[in-house]
Design a protein around this ligand. Sequence first.
Ligand code: DAT
Ligand code: MG
Length: 152
Amino acid sequence: MSTEQTLVLVKPDGVQRALAGAVISRLEARGLRIVAMKMLRLTPEMARRHYGAHVGKAFFPGLVEFITSSPVIAMVVEGQNAVEMVRRTMGATDPLQAQPGTIRGDLGVDIGHNLVHGSDSLESAAQEIRLFFSPEEILSYERDVDRWITGP
Ligand code: DAT
Ligand code: MG
């Protein structure tokens, strides 16, 4: 087992639909710990860096337009296997394919409006966390409940 950190965004549709609390609750309920959080509106430059892996794809311009259209809530979440834990809690990229019980499978409809972002690997998590947060914005703390989530 390994403690990891990963970047989560509640995307513009999640904020606009007032589902930020629902998204955050589901991550908290999985035992994940929020260690940094802020609300911001992405600039096109930041969006292009965040989604650099998708430059050149047909959906890229629409993706940048969408993610910059309204504020997002950015978080660093921490926990055992946090990268995979977040990805499995989000569900598949296309909400139509996402399993019921996942965030996208329960709350989403359209692939372009899938509510939430989570880093897809430890490497991209480190890169994405650096893009959104400075090291001093990321807190280190224990919760009393943690021993009930993972054991002592
Ligand atoms: P994920 O967000 O599950 O990591 P991804 O990294 O492949 O998915 O794509 C990033 C985002 O781009 C995704 O959340 C929604 C959008 N996207 C991906 N594929 C798309 C497509 N075929 N049409 C429209 N938008 C798409
Ligand atoms: Mg991705």
